[in-house]
Design a protein around this ligand. Structure first.
Ligand SMILES: Cc1cc2nc3c(=O)[nH]c(=O)nc-3n(C[C@H](O)[C@H](O)[C@H](O)COP(=O)(O)OP(=O)(O)OC[C@H]3O[C@@H](n4cnc5c(N)ncnc54)[C@H](O)[C@@H]3O)c2cc1C
Length: 399
């Protein structure tokens, strides 16, 4: 059968950490590759939702000094980000993380894509339907209307296992209230650096404001971290999860989260300005393009990586990357809970987690690969998404 419309060897759906890695890798291996993204920039949660730290890049270890866990694309991204921000890895408790700036992430992604003649990027393009004849037929919606392109191989890096739903297949999703809570990250400008004592003072003030009835209870989930740029900090507001019937796939629910995030952030910042010199001339400088979603649908793959695998640092014959981030549970309003593997051991991620059951010519990457809820709490971080994305791109381009 002749391909309909434009034909690509590989089409990657979603240009977040995983999709970027998949598309660049497939193109570098010679595959004519199409990268589809609904936003006006790449980076996914790392740009559109202002998530500002790369986790999962480094091995867990007691000794000082960060050691990269996965070579290849994750290491390349770490190097490019360090060169862009001038900031190296930071030890936070038992983990090493790399501060990343969303503005730099989007710019670096543009440069990486532009360097690949075999890679075609379509921003402002939403995938609305998928069918399979001899090749994959992908329906795209843009400002000019709809268009169908075809591809021999598909990578689902949508974060939400979108392709499973578009094909009418089952996907896994944790039941409320276990689903990881969403969060709203926003940018703030303040005249002085937010040092440790200002941070502690702010936390105390917020508690005081809630007790006095001046601030909503939701303000309790608000924390701040310096971005590394003069006067700029990020506020992260953990939002209500399961206890209020949270559904990350329901646009009415997502609408409420966006509005609640902005309202709580604005009220709290205005109140803090009247209480502390540190916040007096502070202001919110930018909102995210979308609320941060930590967990939604997961693919049902040939292998399902589990929390039990991660705890013992299980290794697999056909593994494509290492998962090193502790399982980070954000299910409760009482804050995060981390579960570390025995002896800081990394676990393998087998290729089977990237291969949907009963389908060929498709690979999955990023936070929606085939895992249980517990393992997703580790593999969802961007350092690991770069690694699963790279592996999916390599596999889609023929190994
Ligand atoms: C509040 C919060 C804090 C976090 N903190 C950290 C942290 O500190 N460190 C860390 O490493 N990770 C963190 N994470 C996790 C991490 O950010 C995400 O799990 C990771 O970015 C997921 O990458 P991804 O590529 O799988 O998906 P995403 O980044 O969600 O990318 C998916 C992309 O697909 C696009 N897309 C979806 N559907 C379509 C469609 N139909 N058509 C076209 N495009 C589509 C989306 O627009 C998006 O760009 C955090 C997450 C949240 C929400």
């Amino acid at each position: 059968m002749k391909p309909r419309g434009e034909f690509f060897d590989v089409a990657v759906i979603g240009g977040g950490s995983a999709g970027l890695a998949a598309a660049v890798t497939a193109a570098r291996r010679g595959a004519r590759t199409l990268l589809l993204e609904r936003h006006g920039y790449l980076g996914g949660m790392g740009t559109a939702s202002l998530v500002h730290t790369f986790c999962g890049l480094y091995l867990l270890r007691e000794e000082p000094g960060a050691v990269l866990a996965n070579p290849g694309f994750p290491a390349e991204m770490a190097g490019l980000m360090i060169a862009a921000t001038g900031l190296g890895p930071v030890r936070m408790g038992r983990v090493d993380v790399l501060p990343q700036h969303p503005v730099e992430f989007a710019r670096i992604a543009d440069v990486l894509v532009a360097a690949e003649p075999q890679l075609e990027l379509r921003l402002h393009t939403e995938v609305t339907a998928i069918s399979r004849e001899e090749n994959w037929a992908i329906r795209l919606a843009g400002r000019a209307g709809s268009l169908t392109v075809t591809a021999g191989m598909l990578v689902d890096a949508s974060g939400d296992a979108l392709v499973a739903t578009l094909l009418g297949l089952d996907a896994a999703m944790a039941a409320v209230p276990r689903l990881q809570r969403p969060a709203y990250v926003f940018g703030v400008q303040i005249p002085r650096p937010l040092d440790e004592s200002a941070r502690l003072e702010t936390a105390g003030l917020i508690v005081e404001g809630i007790r006095a009835g001046d601030l909503p209870d939701a303000a309790m989930g608000l924390t701040f971290r310096a971005s590394g740029r003069l006067g700029e900090i990020f506020g992260t507001l953990d939002l209500a999860g399961g206890e209020l019937g949270y559904d990350p796939l329901d646009t009415a629910c997502l609408t409420n989260l966006e509005v609640e995030g902005r309202a709580t952030a604005s009220t709290t910042l205005a109140w803090l300005a009247g209480k502390s010199a540190c916040w007096k001339s502070g202001y919110i400088s930018h909102w995210p393009a979308r609320v941060g979603i930590r967990e939604s649908r997961r693919w049902l793959g040939e292998t399902v990586l589990t929390g039990a695998d991660l705890i013992v640092g299980r290794r697999f014959e056909e593994e494509i990357a290492l998962a090193t981030w502790p399982m980070e549970f954000r299910e409760s309003p009482r804050g995060p809970k981390l579960r570390f593997p025995e002896d800081n051991r990394p676990a393998g991620i087998p290729l089977g987690c990237l291969k949907p059951v009963g389908l060929d010519r498709i690979f999955v990457a990023g936070r929606c690969i085939s895992t249980d809820h517990d393992a997703q709490a580790s593999i969802r971080v961007m350092g690991t998404c770069f690694a699963t994305g790279e592996a999916a791109g390599r596999a889609a381009a023929g190994g």
